[in-house]
Design a protein around this ligand. Structure first.
Ligand SMILES: *Cc1c(COP(=O)(O)O)cnc(C)c1O
Length: 344
């Protein structure tokens, strides 16, 4: 990896971050707070939340086995995806490399930040080859995006190929593990100590069943996390979100229970899809959704909308001709989908 100072934009490297009232007294015991122009009434919502979410991170440290200083928390993964563009990529000059098809936010954030977005097509099995990705890079490539399990394809990327990219690239590699709790493959978290250019993204939105609270995580070296913290909005994770996240993290085994149910339902739903005459192929998945190639995806999609059932039409995406992406729901919801499709 290049020295961090070379990878980070000059204005960010030299940035003096906003110093909040609560940052300045840190460490001392206090009970009268007349520093932040808060209203003393309407507790507990009158006070600014902890800008570094220390209690949440202390719980995550235990659940994820990653030290708190290696954790960034954001307003969904969306924030953790946008920030590296602002940290590393000089608009109009630098570029990033990604696989295709993959999650749409990487490109949207590239476009917003005026950063060139280079796409490397996956093969027919939706796998990627490290050499192809590395070949797409040049001296201005700052970030490589990998998503595993990948969205919308559902499969995990080959771990050895991911490591080859991480080890062969001078810049930052971001592995988005939004669906890792559904996967047979292990998280790349254990690779963090050995790879200072690695950023891993996870989220409370999927397996943790908490999309509404908007809490995304980035795991990385403490140097990279310190820059994330410098650039983020001071109070980017609100108090209600922090409280609800801690309530969920108290019971990490509850998550395992719903994951197990969803994986059983996934097997059942996929088997039933195979028996539908309008389904031509289902793709292997490591996530809480699967991709199905249909006879006529758009007509079937429209028909399902008529029935009040919404799936994701991915048929206009490269390599996904005639594909619908089906999220696994409750048993009742899945049965409703199946009976609608049987009557198509
Ligand atoms: C759903 C999803 C996320 C989650 O985004 P949040 O902003 O945390 O809700 C991140 N990455 C991928 C690939 C996803 O599919």
């Amino acid at each position: 990896m290049k020295p961090l100072e070379e990878l980070v934009r000059k204005n960010i490297w030299s940035l003096a971050p906003y110093s909040s009232a609560r940052d300045e007294y840190a460490g001392k015991e206090a009970h009268v707070f007349l520093d932040a122009n808060e209203n003393p009434y309407n507790a507990p919502y009158n006070r600014y939340p902890d800008p570094l979410q220390k209690e949440v991170k202390a719980m995550l440290e235990r659940v994820k086995g990653v030290p708190a200083e290696n954790i960034f928390l954001g307003n969904g993964s969306d924030e953790a995806i946008d920030l590296p563009y602002r940290i590393f990529c000089e608009p109009g000059r630098d570029n990033v490399v990604s696989i295709v098809p993959t999650y749409g936010m990487y490109k949207v954030c590239a476009d917003i930040n005026d950063v060139e977005y280079r796409e490397v097509l996956l093969d027919e099995q939706f796998q990627f080859h490290a050499d192809d990705v590395l070949k797409a890079c040049d001296a201005h490539t700052k970030i490589i995006w990998l998503c595993s399990p990948n969205n919308p394809t559902g499969n995990s990327l080959n771990r050895d190929e991911m490591l080859k990219v991480i080890e062969g690239f001078e810049g930052i590699v971001i592995v988005d593990e939004a669906y890792i709790d559904f996967a047979r493959q292990q998280s790349m978290r254990q690779e963090l100590p050995a790879h200072s250019n690695l950023i891993i993204l996870q989220t409370m939105s999927k397996a943790w069943g908490s999309a509404a609270i908007r809490l995304g995580m980035a795991f990385a070296s403490k140097e990279i996390i310190a820059i994330y913290n410098k650039v983020k909005y001071p109070y980017n994770v609100n108090q209600l979100t922090q409280q609800q996240a801690m309530a969920m993290l108290k019971d990490p085994f509850e998550v395992d229970k719903t994951v197990k149910i969803l994986l059983q339902e996934r097997t059942r739903l996929m088997q039933s899809f195979l028996e539908l005459p309008i389904c031509e192929k289902i793709y292997p998945t490591d996530a809480n959704f699967f991709l199905a190639r249909m006879t006529d995806a758009t007509r079937i999609y429209d028909y399902l909308v008529e029935q009040g059932i919404i799936v994701r039409n991915r048929s206009r995406i490269q390599l996904c001709d005639n594909c619908l992406r089906i999220t696994i729901g409750t048993r009742t919801e899945n049965n409703e989908l199946l009976s609608a499709l049987r009557q198509y």
